[in-house]
Design a protein around this ligand. Structure first.
Ligand code: HEC
Ligand code: HEC
Length: 356
């Protein structure tokens, strides 16, 4: 608990932006839980498929899932609600975050193992279908705010790993009303291929960048239909507001194509690396807004994986698109220099224990 609140404090210091995922402490807590597989056989069979005791999860598979869920994909960033001070860590993964966007305000679902209000009663296949195809067990389609159009590429092995990890998340009862009336199209997707990515850096990088769903924010949207403009991938310009607890003003997603004038064509590999692992721009200033939340643990990514994403960035087609200047002012103090205490920052956790 202490660790948790300390981490929450550290997070507030970085402009209350990168607060959502106190991974190390919670991951450790989850690890302890791994020893006890979620065998609910004795409970009254709420849902038939969940009644049979599942085989003990393979620790390697759970560890891969942990890496994907907490570091690369950061599900908790969207699936943890806000309290008056920022993300409510006592409800991590329990859903209910409300986030205003030009197409409407969305609300995330409870993805803890609670059987009544979460996904504890869903089969592995049902969870996989929600993640990769945006389908709920009752046939309803999710809004693609849940990045299933990106998670669609998740390989079968990685899907198993993600689901195995989700099974270790303790149940939290939190009934969340579903999102309605977003002006966001729900795309039809083919069956996922489930294939593993190739091992070449740019291929692996493309796979990871898709799971990190850079395109969800960095590809501009049609202002009327809110469909992504597929002819301008990663060219920037989407507008974001943050919930008031984070700060005020508008933020525009940057053009991250290699265009020299309007994109990041003049950046070195190191600039790109520190954008991913330290959330810093070329001039050293912090990347603010939703990316600082989703990416707060990217500093813990394996080096090869980061290099892959850099290779992917350099492979993108340059698109000239000038993005308006952001007016956003964070509500907290500015982030500390160089990733020393940034949660998930490259130089993060080990030495920070006695920082107070
Ligand atoms: C960008 C924000 C975002 C991220 C990241 C995200 N989700 Fe979601 N997720 C949502 C929203 C919003 C919904 C509800 C969508 C709706 O109601 O149509 C949702 C719904 C779901 C559902 C369906 C639950 C239900 O009861 O309908 C599951 C399962 C789920 N997410 C799992 C995950 C997992 C696992 C990850 C990480 C691998 C993840 N999500 C990452 C925003 C996100
Ligand atoms: C949730 C939305 C979101 C996601 C996901 C996201 N970004 Fe961003 N990104 C932004 C916003 C908004 C900005 C502008 C921030 C600012 O102005 O402080 C930004 C800024 C950047 C910058 C700084 C560009 C510059 O010119 O200073 C880079 C580089 C970048 N993003 C790369 C990425 C990569 C690579 C990914 C995927 C691995 C990614 N982003 C995922 C929203 C996002």
């Amino acid at each position: 608990m202490l660790e948790l609140s300390r981490e929450a404090d550290a997070m507030k210091n970085i402009a209350q932006l990168a607060i959502l995922c106190a991974a190390p402490a919670l991951v450790a807590a989850c690890d302890e839980k791994k020893a006890t597989p979620p065998a609910e056989a004795a409970a009254p069979p709420a849902v038939d498929a969940a009644a049979a005791a599942p085989p003990a999860p393979d620790p390697k598979v759970v560890a891969r899932g942990d890496y994907l869920v907490n570091v690369v994909m950061n599900c908790a960033a969207c699936h943890t609600p806000l309290g008056p001070e920022g993300p409510d860590m006592s409800k991590r993964f329990a859903g209910g975050l409300e986030f205003p966007e030009p197409f409407g305000t969305w609300r995330s679902a409870n993805i803890t193992q609670d059987k009544k209000t979460g996904i504890g009663g869903w089969t592995d296949e049902q969870i996989a279908a929600a993640i990769r195809e945006g389908k709920r067990p009752n046939g309803d389609k999710l809004y693609p705010v849940m990045p299933y159009t990106f998670y669609h590429v998740l390989s079968d092995n990685d899907t198993k790993a993600v689901v195995a990890y989700l099974r270790t998340i303790p149940p939290i009862e939190n009934a969340v009303e579903g999102t309605k009336d977003l002006k966001l199209p729900k795309p039809e997707l083919p069956k996922p291929s489930g294939a593993e990515p190739g091992s070449a850096p740019a291929e692996k990088g493309a796979y990871l960048a898709t799971l990190m769903h850079c395109g969800q924010c960095h590809t501009p949207m049609d202002p009327k239909t809110f469909a992504p403009l597929e002819d301008k991938p990663m060219a920037g310009g989407q507008k974001f507001e943050m919930p008031p607890v984070f700060g005020k003003g508008d933020l525009y997603a940057a053009n991250i194509t290699p265009d020299k004038k309007t994109g990041i064509g003049t950046w070195t590999d190191d600039h790109m690396r520190s954008a991913i692992t330290e959330l810093k721009k070329k001039d050293g200033k912090p990347i603010m807004g939703p990316m600082s939340i989703l990416g707060m643990n990217w500093g813990k990514m394996e080096k090869d994986d980061v290099d892959g994403v850099v290779a992917w960035l350099k492979d993108l087609k340059p698109v000239a698109n000038k993005v308006p200047k952001s007016t956003f002012k964070p509500s907290g103090p500015p982030p500390p220099p160089a990733g020393d205490t940034v949660p998930g920052g490259a130089a993060a956790p080990t030495g920070t224990e006695k920082a107070e």
